[in-house]
Ligand binder design. Structure first.
Ligand code: PBG
Length: 327
């Protein structure tokens, strides 16, 4: 009896690095990567973020330097988070024309030109003394519609300072429509909106709260961010945001929500971003530091997986380093 040989041998195309490179279905390009950056008012030296090794709260100067390095590595964009020296109930630092993000935006818009897209996170939690993403009622609940007015004003301040794209992340109902209307009325019809449409109430944001100093002083974000148990709701959020004028949509976090990334990608015809958040970063850095996983390989695998799930772009704290490793 003759031996049975398999006709189909998928291993043929895996045999050499050149064959594997030729047949790869997903590629990670430096232009797909967006670097989130923190800039803090009133510091003279960059401050390391303990739970995110390699990430800093920047001074205006160190931000310019790091943004330049990111652009040189080929990243597609930078998204800015500001930490004001003084916080108050309404987050007045957020739309102050001389607030830290507006100052940093002017720096980067001038420095970077068209080398990378300069974007902003648009929220209140970094700016309020209570750490919530909106204005509070006397009863201590977030007032959705009063918050929309603040977001509209922040959007205009960020656009006036040079943001090409604003990223509303507060998960208030109607935020994209309010921002679009305000931008248009203020003469900024060309400023685009990257909507954090799908944003889960996630424990993976833990380290970010150190980086942006925005832990809520009481309560949590589960009255406005989504329940991790839900998927259909994400499609509803995305469709609402597109209806209100979003140019691009985001899913956040990325790694634990790859099914959602895929569903969104298959549903919409606008660019889809996914945010590999602080906890995803911290877990890999911590395990690598212990010598339990190969740091570079795990980083690149995590990023290519997010692309494979359907994200056109990935926000990641490794953007500069990964851009150097990518094509
Ligand atoms: C809100 C905002 C948060 C993150 C990005 N934008 C915090 C939150 O919603 O609680 C988290 C990002 C991360 O964990 O890396 N301004």
């Amino acid at each position: 009896m003759s031996a049975q040989f398999p006709v189909a041998r998928p291993r043929r195309l895996r045999r050499t690095p050149a064959l594997r490179r030729l047949t790869a279905e997903t590629r990670l390009a430096s232009a797909d990567l967006i670097l989130p950056m923190f800039v803090k008012e009133g510091i003279t030296e960059p401050q390391p973020v303990a739970s995110m090794p390699g990430v800093f709260q920047h001074t205006r100067d160190s931000l310019r330097k790091a943004a330049h390095e990111a652009a040189e590595a080929g990243v597609g964009g930078i998204i800015l988070f500001g930490i004001p020296a003084v916080k108050d109930g309404t987050g007045s630092g957020a739309d102050d024309p001389d607030g830290i993000v507006q100052l940093a935006l002017r720096d980067l818009a001038a420095d970077l030109g068209d080398a990378a897209v300069v974007m902003t996170d648009l929220c209140l939690d970094e700016y309020t003394d209570h750490g919530h993403c909106g204005i509070l009622t006397d009863a201590g609940e977030i007032d959705n519609d009063a918050t929309l007015e603040r977001y509209a004003s922040i959007a205009v301040a960020q656009a006036a300072a040079g943001a090409a794209v604003v990223g509303p992340s507060g998960m208030m109902d109607g935020q994209v429509g309010a921002i679009r209307g305000a931008l248009d009325a203020a003469g900024h019809p060309d400023v685009a909106i990257l909507a954090y449409s799908v944003k889960y109430a996630s424990a993976y944001y833990g380290p970010f709260r150190d980086a942006a100093e925005c832990a809520p002083q009481f309560g949590d974000r589960s009255t406005h961010q989504q329940d991790p148990a839900n998927a259909d709701e994400s499609i509803r959020e995305v469709l609402l945001d597109l209806d209100e004028g979003a140019d691009m949509v985001m899913v956040k976090p990325a790694g634990a929500y790859l099914d959602i990334v895929r569903r969104v990608r298959d549903t919409v015809d606008v660019p889809v971003a996914a945010y590999q958040v602080s906890g995803e970063y911290a877990m890999i850095e911590a395990a690598a530091e212990k010598g339990w996983i190969d740091r570079e390989r795990t980083i690149m695998e995590s990023l290519v997986s997010i692309r494979r799930a359907g994200a056109d772009m990935v926000l990641t704290y490794w953007a500069t380093e990964a851009a150097r490793m990518a094509s």
